[in-house]
Ligand binder design. Sequence first.
Ligand code: MCA
Ligand code: AMP
Length: 513
Amino acid sequence: MANPLFDKLFAPHIGSAAPFLFLPNGKRISYGDFLTKAAQFANVIRAAGLEAGDRLAVQIEKSPEALAVYAACAITGVIFLPLNTAYAPAEVSYFLSDSGARLFLCDPEKYDALTPTAQTSGASIMTLGSIGDGSFADAAKTMPAQFKVAQRSEDDLAAFLYTSGTTGRSKGAMLSQANLLSNANTLTQLWQFSERDTLLHALPIFHTHGLFVATNVTLLAGGAMMFLPKFDVDQVISDMTRCTAMMGVPTFYTRLLEHPEFDADLTQHIRLFISGSAPMLSETHTLFEARTGHKVLERYGMTETNMNTSNPYEGERRAGSVGFPLPGVELRITDPDNGLPVPQGEIGVIEVRGANVFKGYWNMPEKTAAELRPDGFFITGDLAQMDRDGYVTIVGRGKDLIISGGFNIYPKEIEMILDDQTGVLESAVISVPHIDMGEAALAILVRKGDGPDVENIKSLMQRDVARFKHPRDYIIVDELPRNTMGKVQKNTMRDTYADWFASSVRTKPLILK
Ligand code: MCA
Ligand code: AMP
């Protein structure tokens, strides 16, 4: 019986005493023990009535158990659907209904709040806490540690990851086993991961970066991870000397640089620092090298494609560039108006094709068709140029997207909520530079009548929208800048408010005449 994802990532480690996860409390979990837990989880999933191809949604804190659910899905052929722990019940509700999830796992303390959500969408609900508590974990205790692995092919789906769109409605990116395995193979080789590596893992495990890039590479190489619940700069600093590699978003690196104790000595055992998910400023690259002697390796990817480009491991790593297309990934830069390749050196949209590119958006054939060309190239929406040496540099985004601390905020989703509020005629949510998160969302509200009650809007956001998506400030104006065609000029607003978060964040909305 074959199941490539399981066979390549997990099967080689069955019964192994080698360490897989090191935890901050000093505990270590071997590969063998991790897979025993995963097999027991697989039996619970099967007992709950799920079959290969069904969806299992999880919104649980990062823990070894949470990762074992991913492994259990590989064993059962069930499609893994991780959700950001910051999502509010109203947001979770959409993901459960849209995906048709059969089972939903949440943290025990969120059980009451999320039970109506699960019921409405028709999913069963069980709980799994970060200390291995909850009804799912309890059910696993009495389950056998053996499981008959589901037969699957590389074309079968392994995961759904939801990604928002410029229309404001989230789309489920369908990722096949081949999508994940091809990228894991390429990255493991390119970045030279081996069983001697311990990866400092402080990323969340509900996105491509922390889940697939970090975890699949470690599994394939047979290495270990220092598995931290979140990025806490003091914790990261205290564990760094035990690790050989780190992956992070640019905010990780700027926060390390701000720490008075962060120096070259702490990084002496690390052979590779990798950054991605958001642009890293050239200045951060330079400061990091000056402080530690390490050149950060920057790479570029997307939920729909996994990783597409990387700076070289051995060659020149260029600050501000995302490097070369990965082996097996075809990359072209095209004119957004006609889809034709632009002359070398000119700016266009990145399109990619390869085994890494997803299967399409769940139940959205028209959106899939709009973003995948008939010849199989995926239109990323990222604007870039390629120099004579083949290095790709991202210069902007053709899509209206804010990337804050590595999390995506789609302005349209927030604008639709703001436009519905009393006293708001229309709104624009724009990206403004932020010293810690790289970018932050700023809301510009056009007054209607007496104008909006910003405190009310904040309460509504608190209830219905994940915290990271909240505008960090609100500005009330009489009108938005428009061009002669009547189109709202977000570029003009981005320039006007570029320094908004340069000093401190205001607590009261500012009214501009
Ligand atoms: C937390 N908050 C945020 C963010 N994170 N607000 C905006 N943007 C964020 N990214 C909220 C908190 O809820 C909190 O709210 C306040 O901001 C400050 O929190 P703080 O304690 O400073 O934040 P943190 O908990 O330390 O988190 C910051 C973080 C985290 C470590 C940068 O966001 C993070 O781990 N980001 C990584 C995201 C990631 O993995 N992205 C990969 C996507 P309050 O003020 O109410 O307390 S995959 C991807 O993009 C592609 C495929 C790729 O190429 O990898
Ligand atoms: P997501 O939708 O979370 O998969 O985010 C993918 C987006 O993150 C890409 O389309 C890029 O806009 C951005 N991104 C990822 N890595 C980088 C990078 N190294 N530099 C600039 N942007 C990046």
